[in-house]
Design a protein around this ligand. Structure first.
Ligand SMILES: C[S@@+](CC[C@H](N)C(=O)[O-])C[C@H]1O[C@@H](n2cnc3c(N)ncnc32)[C@H](O)[C@@H]1O
Length: 263
């Protein structure tokens, strides 16, 4: 059987997905989604921080790559000396709570100029990165002790995917998966340790307008306003003045390893 080139395959998956929606690489998308993302993930119990726990101590430094709304940055800053949060979307950055031991860098990871840190973490960022090898190589170069990369293994739990299933018959081109990251890392010569996490995904919208805008952005070409809204009315449930999409239980993997460039 032919060997798979995981780098080529990854790029293909990202490019196929981009024909549907550019969401995951589009800072405008994250600007618009920031409030809903902050609301939805604020109370999300994922155990990413527990995976990091053995490596945390008050004199450590951390870089949080693609920090989003800071849901990991802020609790990490309570445990370590300093966190540098790299985040290109202004909307997402605006949710990162200020602390005197957090530096926020307004940049993509590819363009960021940051000093090395003990730990480098990157959670749910790589889905839209078409060239993952230089991205991961930079994660590794920037860490002196350990790199942590989290991605979902299960499919995207988003209303847009459910609406496509109902209206088009499929969820559209998928995102890269954790298992593909793992194989890509092996191809790069990195035999990472792995922890799998399972947690419920709930997406919270303030109103129908916000839900429609978010689904339209990820649905891709052919969005039908009336049919889309009708489907949304079926799949969202009201809760405490918000509209909630129950995305079920997600399975994510965390790959973590000691950088080969650590000395
Ligand atoms: C799904 S959110 C994850 C945020 C956060 N890490 C978390 O787990 O809650 C993805 C974030 O990655 C950011 N992002 C996308 N491409 C990026 C890149 N090339 N460099 C740095 N951040 C990026 C987006 O702006 C967005 O805030």
């Amino acid at each position: 059987m032919d060997e798979i080139d995981w780098e080529t395959r990854w790029r293909q998956v990202v490019e196929d997905r981009a024909t549907l929606a550019s969401g995951h690489v589009d800072t405008g998308y994250w600007d618009r989604r920031a409030a809903s993302y902050a609301r939805s993930t604020h109370a999300r119990v994922d155990e990413f921080l527990q995976v990091l726990d053995p490596y945390l101590s008050p004199h450590k430094t951390v870089i949080d790559v693609g920090a989003g709304t800071g849901r990991h940055t802020v609790p990490l800053a309570q445990r370590v000396e300093w966190v540098t949060a790299v985040e290109p979307s202004e909307g997402m950055r605006s949710h990162i709570a200020g602390r005197d031991n957090i530096t926020v860098v307004a940049s993509t990871w590819e363009d960021a100029e940051v000093a090395r840190a003990d730990l480098v973490v990157c959670s749910h960022v790589l889905y839209g990165v078409a060239a993952p090898v230089p991205f991961i190589a930079k994660l590794e170069r920037s860490a002196t002790e350990r790199v942590f990369v989290m991605l979902r293994e299960s499919d995207l739990p988003h209303p847009a995917a459910e609406i496509r299933r109902r209206l088009v018959g499929d969820a559209g081109p998928r995102l890269p998966r954790f298992s593909e990251l793992f194989m890509l890392l092996l191809q790069m010569g990195i035999a990472a340790d792995v922890d799998f996490l399972r947690y419920p995904i709930v997406t919270r919208y303030s109103d129908m307008e916000e839900a429609v805008a978010d689904s339209r952005a990820l649905f891709g070409p052919g969005w039908d306003e009336d049919a889309g809204q009708a489907a949304l009315r079926e799949i969202l449930r009201p809760d405490a003045g918000q509209l909630v999409f129950d995305g079920g239980v997600a399975v994510s993997g965390v790959a973590h390893w000691q950088p080969r460039t650590s000395s």
